[in-house]
Structures are given as structure tokens and as C-alpha cells.
Write a protein that binds this ligand. Sequence first.
Ligand code: DX5
Ligand code: ZN
Length: 214
Amino acid sequence: MTKVAPSILSADFCKMAEAVDNLKKWNADIVHCDVMDGVYVPNITFGMPMVKALRKYTDMPLDAHLMITLPEKYVGQFCKAGADIVTFHPEASKDVRGALDEIKAHGKKCGLAVNADQSLDIAIPYMDEIDLLVIMTVQAGFGGQSFKEECLDKVRAADKIRRERGLKFEIEVDGGVCPANIQVVKDAGTDIAVAGSAVFCAENPNLAVKLMQI
Ligand code: DX5
Ligand code: ZN
């Protein structure tokens, strides 16, 4: 069944504890934390203190998606803050393997994120070392953008590679996912669907989560 990871970027930042309580009530699987530094992406959100606060408050799995430059400088701090999964964009890093190794050394799950304008090629050399491959279906930086269906070709290609090579990484699709497109997202080979606005801006968020857990 597809796991649903609502992104708190689309939550009310003045009521984050309530948002996370709701995610538990709506049976969401993972809390997706979008970290942005205003350099790798033209937006700034939050950093380690938010992850630390969430860790103290909830037992839900925390998935830290680092849209930051030189992530190798911070992956250890996000692990110590309490993230269970830490992913980052390889083209923003000067030491991809070092960053992945550091996340694993902290006993956490590591992953790479392929932005909408990037080729899957940037992740292929590391596919036997990662636990999660994030395929962006929007250009990183903002919630509420339109789904780029053409990016699912990267999901299909990654799914084919992992089957052929017997690799274990999960595939997470991130950006513009909603109940209307979850079937094609799942059929492409996705294991985890990130959904920000489709959950937090839904009339019935509980139903929205259920409709994507297919
Ligand atoms: C975009 C983020 C996504 C985004 C998802 O840079 O990585 O996680 O917040 O939000 P929706 O589902 O609204 O596109
Ligand atoms: Zn994200």
C-alpha cells in the first residue's frame, strides 16, 4: 500500500502541534519536513529547531527533505535533532557519499532527491547506498504547484533499475500529488507519496489521506 507523507510546509505554522496531532488522527504514515535555505531554492522555511521540536512532540516518523546548499554540513545535525530519514539534492553537495555515510552512521535512513529539472543520472551512482530515492514532480521550492506528470518517467526508470539490480531503496514522489493522480503515481512504482496541499488544504483531509493510501 502506498504510504502517505503529508508535508508540513502546507500546514499552519502557528499551529504546528495541532497539525501533527491531526496527521496522527488522519492515519498519515510519515511527517514530511521541507527544509529550505533560500540558496538552493528561492524560499526559506525552517531548520533543525523545528525537527527537534517535532521529535519531542510526536512519535511519527520524521522525513527531513533538505533543499539546501552543502547539505553535508548539516545532515548530522538533522539526525541528532531527531529526523528518521534525511534526503538531500546531490547537485547541491560537494560530498554526496560523505553525507550519505554520515546519515547512516547516525542509524538513520538516507536518500537522494532528484529535482524536476535534473536527470535521474545524478542518483544512479548511489542507488546501492540509499534507502530512499525522492523523485520531484514539481521544481523544488514551494507547495501547491502543479503536478509534472513527465517526471514519472524517472520513477519508472528507477523502479526498473532497482528490480534489475535487486536494490532495496524505496521511491518517494514529491510535489503536486493528490487523490486524482495517485493511481498513476502508484502504478509508476512509487512507495511513498508526499502530499502537502492535497492534505492540508482539503475539505476532508482525513479522506484525502485515505484516498492516497492505495
Ligand atoms: C517542494 C517540497 C514538497 C511540497 C509538496 O519543494 O519539497 O514537499 O511541499 O507540497 P504539495 O503536495 O502541495 O506540492
Ligand atoms: Zn519535499
